[in-house]
Design a protein around this ligand. Structure first.
Ligand SMILES: Nc1ncnc2c1ncn2[C@@H]1O[C@H](COP(=O)(O)OP(=O)(O)OP(=O)(O)O)[C@@H](O)[C@H]1O
Ligand SMILES: [Mg+2]
Length: 376
């Protein structure tokens, strides 16, 4: 029988838990034309939520179209514009035959090389010369509005891992242009989401930056314990197995309610269980989770310097005053400048996050492994 738990793919259908409030708010914003920036640590469920909310909007409103762009792999302006143009064209024409005519019609000025491969659903590309891009940036950024107006549509443009665009050398100019063109659009609403909180906040919440107050910033929090527990107990029941509420609570507690890990641990537990989950099974499954992720954790630690590992050690030991003389000496953290630099590096690497009290690990299972491995 197929496991009722899933990870590594976006959660949908029966694997999607709750998020009613967030979904409602996101849908309301997008349908009302309010640009929305969604931020959460990695693997908490941004992509899943955006996909579900926009799919529902798509099904509920005939005149809404949605365009998805993943900025994770976009590393140049050229690739950004090509992907942007392609996805806007694709999402606004329903059949692939019309992608070609839409593409040609609206991109005329750029003499694009439009090609359709063997599998037209996927092999569709729009080649634009860099010189043509440079001369027509405003036009290109206005493409969604132009098509949406002409076709009488509302277009939602969703850009995943938006903060990745900021890594481009030319991003500051691009950012200016995007903001000045996009803020005038009436038929297009933007949804940007990303996991690098401080980078996203820097882009969208610094008063000196173009995207300041471009829309609403939403922080996606973890799914509540009760929702997880109900979902897990149900999923076991549905598949002819059982888990007690108490053990389901222990399960989600072990991975600190982290969406991806809850699904992974629940999947391992489900696999190991014939009929009823026991505490022993839970322990073994948790070991399996750590084992499955071990290569990643080791690789992450290998990439760190000695003072960075020491800084993680200090955080793992509960130290909050990381630049105080006592702490820097005890954990051999180097100079206070060194500590500041390492804090930034560890945040950029998604290992640490700033909390109200100081710093904490972003990945709850990595933290457990790290403590067992390094802290005596
Ligand atoms: N609403 C949900 N219900 C149940 N499981 C979920 C939910 N959202 C996310 N998950 C679990 O977490 C995993 C990661 O979800 P998703 O890819 O949506 O997160 P993300 O925040 O976009 O991650 P990343 O930062 O890696 O892009 C999914 O594969 C799924 O197992
Ligand atoms: Mg994602």
């Amino acid at each position: 029988m197929k496991s009722p738990f899933q990870y590594g793919k976006i959660a949908e259908g029966t694997t999607f838990v709750n998020r009613l409030k967030e979904k409602h708010m996101l849908k309301n914003n997008l349908v009302s034309g309010i640009n929305t920036m969604l931020i959460s640590p990695r693997r908490i469920g941004k992509s899943s939520l955006v996909k579900l909310a926009t799919t529902e909007l798509l099904n509920e409103n005939k005149d809404i179209k949605v365009c998805y762009i993943d900025a994770f792999t976009l590393n140049s302006e050229e690739s950004f514009y090509q992907t942007f143009a392609r996805e806007v064209v694709k999402s606004t024409s329903s059949k692939w035959e019309s992608w070609l005519s839409t593409g040609k019609k609206y991109l005329q000025a750029f003499s694009p090389r439009i090609s359709i491969g063997n599998d037209p659903m996927y092999d569709f590309s729009i080649g634009l010369e860099m010189s043509a891009i440079k001369e027509n940036e405003t036009e290109l950024l206005n493409l969604p509005e132009k098509i949406a107006k002409a076709k009488n549509l509302k277009l939602l443009v969703c850009i995943d891992e938006f903060q990745n665009l900021a890594k481009m050398k030319t991003y500051p100019e691009l950012e200016q242009k995007m903001r000045s063109v996009w803020q005038l659009q009436q038929n297009v609403t933007y949804c940007f989401y990303g996991s690098k909180r401080h980078m996203m906040m820097d882009i969208f919440n610094s008063s000196s930056k173009p995207f300041y107050r471009f829309g609403q910033i939403m922080f996606l929090s973890k799914i509540a314990e009760k929702e997880w527990v109900d979902y897990i107990v149900n999923a076991f029941e549905r598949t002819g197995k059982s888990i007690s509420t108490d053990l389901a609570k222990t399960l989600v507690g072990k991975v600190d309610l982290h969406s991806w890990y809850v699904q992974q641990l629940a999947h391992f537990v489900w696999n190991m269980t014939d009929s009823t989950v026991t505490g022993d099974i839970l322990l073994q499954a948790m070991e399996q989770v750590i084992e499955a992720n071990l290569p990643l954790y080791q690789r992450e630690c290998e990439a760190l310097s000695a003072t960075q590992i020491n800084l993680l050690l200090a955080v793992a030991s509960g130290e909050q005053m990381l630049t105080s003389a006592d702490v820097t000496a005890k954990y051999r953290l180097g100079t206070s400048q060194n500590v500041s630099k390492n804090k930034k590096i560890l945040q950029n690497a998604d290992l640490l996050e700033k909390t109200k009290a100081g710093f904490d690990f972003l990945d709850p299972v990595f933290k457990q492994w790290f403590v067992a491995e390094y802290v005596r």
